[in-house]
Design a protein around this ligand. Sequence first.
Ligand code: FUL
Length: 494
Amino acid sequence: MRHASWFLLLTLIGGSALGAEVEVISRPGDDKSTLETAAQVFPHPRQLHYQQLETIAFIHFGMNTFTGREWGDGSDDPALFNSTKLDANQWVSVLKQAGFKLLIFTAKHHDGFCLWPSDYTDYDIAASPWKEGKGDLLREVVDACNAQGMEIGLYLSPWDRHHPDFGSETYNEYYRNQLREILTNYGPFREVWFDGAGRTEPGPSGEVHQFDDEGFWRIIRELAPEAVLVGMGPDARWVGNEDGYARDSEWSVLPLTRDSVDSSLPPEELLLRHFEPKNRMDEDLGSLSALKGATALHWYPAEADVSIRPGWFYHPEEDSQIKSVAKLTDIYFGSVGRNAVLLLNIPPNKAGRITQADADTLLAWRQHLDEMFETNLVKDAAIRVGLEEVDPMILIDGNISTSIQAVNTLTFSFDTPVTLTNLLLQEAIEQGQHVAEWVLEAEAVGGWTEVVRGTTIGYKRLERFDAVTTSSLRLRVLKSRGAAWIGEVGFYTN
Ligand code: FUL
């Protein structure tokens, strides 16, 4: 029953049957064809890697740190940028201890001030007094990440309130040049974050800027092929709020387009040609009714972003408003636990350090999560799918690609009663996202009683509930798009 052998078998009998990150619907408008196609869409390896990071750190640092603003207008004097104890190694070391594996750094925010000495502008760190104009903060961050084994992501704000040509094609050329400059001289980058802000703001000429999105993505695919393009990019989407919470039903398979498509094109080409950058904020993005009318579907998971403080940049007056461990844990359940990646922002202060209070909170939060998920009670269960006994290791080995096909009820029996308060479920998403409804029940005097029920699972589903003590639990998949492959199950007490 090990998924691996099933996967191997399918691999042996032919590639295309396995699906891809983009799939064309053979009979658009037909429900059966739409759902069958949806079941075949699964992540590109770079998207799978990204989803498995679970939590990503975000650093907002720049001109706004010194002016106390959130959105600079691009007129601030570079002389304001100066930091006394700036230490990118401290950032990375705190974030690493807090369990992050990727850090996204704001090399340029909306104010246009560049934190590396750019060949394409004078409005950059070389014009500041920091290190007498010889500093390169992007280099320091990338070096610290590389030295400490942290992956690096790039935030290069498309909206630029300083550049005089914003609003015209000349600015696109500038942005393309800067992308090439950064991706050639720094890296390797694993994510590029395309902010949606400023897409309706007029530039100095009064024109709303028309971004060359496709041109930008193609440069990144060429120079940083492992990087996921997030936000206004086609590989992962902004969840739709800045609170860190995903939807209750968070599907990763979304309509790519309703236009006619050339099905002979490779998935990558279909994606770059047809993807439309826009905010996807509707509550329902992936049910059958949301997919209806699409001609092609793609793997487009959610990323939920939030700051540990009210602002994205550091402001001393917010020192007393650092989110608590309990709040961050709730956010974790509401993002990672709902099939999204959590992007958590931790802004360094003017001195160029993550404050002790932010660091302490982060470490306490991670420790709390580690303790919560330390002992998986499933290890002591006898597990059956229908009547067939299965090896519990398949469901607790931390590897979603060893999985069980939930053709039938999964039953977990214990020799002595267990008490649980938390549930973890994961689908083997390298095969796609299939489960649409499930229920966990416990055996009690008089029969089975419901513990918790939900809709989607996807990469991960986490639930908390009042303590239940029982010797037998069962998981039933009630609705699924084709076969439901369960990669991991966890029962925990805290
Ligand atoms: C938003 C920006 O306008 C904020 O300043 C911040 O960078 C946030 C992550 O994205 O769109």
